[in-house]
Design a protein around this ligand. Sequence first.
Ligand SMILES: [Zn+2]
Length: 191
Amino acid sequence: MKYLIRNITFIVLALLLQQCTYSQSSTPAKLNTMDTSKKTTNPAYSRTDKTPVNVTDEQWKKILPADVYEVARKKGTERAWTSPLENLHDVGTYYCAVCGNALFQSDTKFDSGCGWPSFYQPISKSSIIYASDHSYGMDRTEVMCGRCKSHLGHVFNDGPPPTHLRYCINGVVLDFEKAKEAEKKYNADKQ
Ligand SMILES: [Zn+2]
């Protein structure tokens, strides 16, 4: 009996320790802060409104943070390996950081090793629009947000199955939100 109690105490302690580590590592505070600032200062941002966004370049320049504006509206490219989303493996949805349109699910994200967040499939056909890009002497396909036409990155033919596509996306124009299921599981584990 004594052994049993000791064993149970040990298991409970081990579980408590495990949960403590989990709660420390699972919420990237930096991402949440970035999230809030984008949403409160941007009237075009909506996770539910599907109507096209018509905002002038001048207005975007005032609304968006400089790094987001440079990539989204000026078709810039963030430096490789700089996005905190590149190595993120949490379950959830990636939205357009400019307008809130849902773009990718985490289960289509893969480690491409190219230095930018990479996906093999968008969330739906209408979530992305495509354009030929012949800049810098290259023949590439540009991908833009289906709602606000912001530049997101490019798509290449060297991705994994089932699509064999690699959507190479600038992390600065992505907003990530953890799946509700994952949050529920996390909260249940905590109790
Ligand atoms: Zn958008």
